[in-house]
Ligand binder design. Structure first.
Ligand SMILES: *Cc1c(COP(=O)(O)O)cnc(C)c1O
Length: 394
């Protein structure tokens, strides 16, 4: 513990809630691309795609400029269009639902299971209509959602499943790697996630048809594949067959991603270790609820979220949050339920549609968790949390 006696705060230096972990090998791999023939989508992107597909155990992987673009591509490939309904969770980043709006579809929010904070499959079932086309479960904090039940629902109603696995690279569900289970799975390589490519995203799939749509979508809807083209004007000829986007990843990003992927298991092991330290420190605490884990999955621990029993405190979450920031602990809140964001309110989504998620939002704080943290950092967080909670104990 780095207790500063003068002003009596736990840390002198601010500890962020997350940050990237870049080493000399990562830097060298990026430099190599900078002096090569390709800067954008070339051999390094193909190599990164192969490496991720092999890691998760999928047939195909398609890299995108970021995870949100990848989700947009997945919704396009799933055929989401005007008025189609897609069921997702509100306890996520806005991108999980925005991707449906990009395709003029309608996100439908199913409430969470109050134990695991993941989407509740029974709530999914109750929201299915004739317009429902897909389900986007999110593996909140890295803990896999109840995929066997979700897959069964998808089968019963002929729906596609797109997993938002931005938190779950390296996680497993019933001994299967996340990324190998559903029609499509999205990963993000934003710097706060398990591995980074600066910005970057990926869709993994076993379907050749979906793979081909994704490839074409990320490059304007253009194909140069002779088998797919309607006409042939000559060797220069290509066809734009639908309205796609420029969502390509660069070779610079991909080289960083491939180098980072080699360290993923080590990063996840660190995250699990620090999680155990937090769990032990707060086990049985009368005010702090530690994250509940399902037997069916093994989380890759993107986030460590504690839940407070506010009735036992003299203040709200906001005061606890601010007191932790004063101690230089970079806490955060994941997430503001998506349906409560002003844009979504403007679309007509109302407070009260997902009471469990709304209640959870009032009571949670995300503690710092990333592989480059030291044991001392983890202990500083524990000290600060205990001190702040005791200070506001009723
Ligand atoms: C990070 C994240 C995304 C979006 O990924 P980007 O690469 O930042 O576009 C989507 N969903 C969830 C749950 C995320 O955490």
């Amino acid at each position: 513990m780095t207790l500063n006696k003068n002003n009596n705060i736990v840390r002198k230096e601010y500890l962020p809630y997350a940050r990237q972990n870049i080493d000399d090998e990562d830097i060298e791999s990026v430099i190599q691309v900078l002096t090569s023939d390709y800067l954008t989508t070339g051999p390094a992107v193909a190599e990164f795609e192969r490496a991720v597909a092999d890691y998760v155990g999928s047939t195909y992987a398609v890299a995108f400029s970021n995870g949100t673009a990848a989700l947009h591509g997945a919704c396009f490939a799933a055929g989401i269009a005007d008025g189609d309904e897609v069921i997702t969770t509100p306890m996520t980043f806005a991108a999980s639902a925005n991707c449906v709006l990009y395709q003029r579809g309608k996100p439908v929010f199913a409430d969470i299971n109050p134990e695991t904070y993941n989407i509740d499959p029974e709530n999914i079932r109750s929201l299915i209509t004739e317009k429902t086309k897909a389900i986007i479960p999110v593996h909140f904090t890295g803990q896999p959602a109840e995929m066997d039940v979700i897959q069964q629902i998808a089968k019963d109603y002929d729906l596609l499943v797109i997993e938002d696995a931005a938190h779950a690279l390296g996680a497993t569900y019933r001994d299967q790697k996340i990324g190998s289970i559903s029609d499509m799975t999205m990963f993000s390589f934003h710097p706060v996630k398990h591995i980074t490519s600066g910005e970057g995203g990926m869709i993994t799939t076993d379907s050749k048809a979906l793979y081909e749509k994704l490839i074409q979508f990320r490059s304007h809807g253009i194909t140069r594949d002779a088998d797919k083209m309607i006409e042939d004007h000559g060797p220069w000829y290509y066809e734009m067959q639908f309205l796609g986007f420029n969502y390509r990843m660069t070779d610079i990003q991909a080289a960083l991603g491939t180098s980072q992927l080699k360290k993923l298991d080590h990063f996840v092991a660190r995250r699990r270790k620090y999680t155990s330290t937090y769990n032990e420190a707060f086990q049985g605490h009368d005010i702090i609820q530690t994250p509940v884990q399902n037997e069916s999955g093994e989380s890759s621990w993107h986030l460590y979220v504690i839940r407070l029993d506010l009735e036992k405190l003299t203040v709200d979450r906001k005061e606890v949050f601010e007191a932790l920031i004063k101690e230089n602990i970079g806490v955060n809140v994941h997430y503001i339920p998506v349906h409560l964001l002003p844009y979504y309110s403007g679309l007509g989504y109302q407070k009260g549609i997902c009471p469990q998620a709304e209640k959870l939002y009032e009571e949670i704080i995300t503690l710092p968790l990333f592989p480059a943290m030291t044991e001392d950092d983890v202990n500083d967080v524990i000290t600060a949390v205990n001190r702040v909670i005791d200070q506001y104990r009723r």
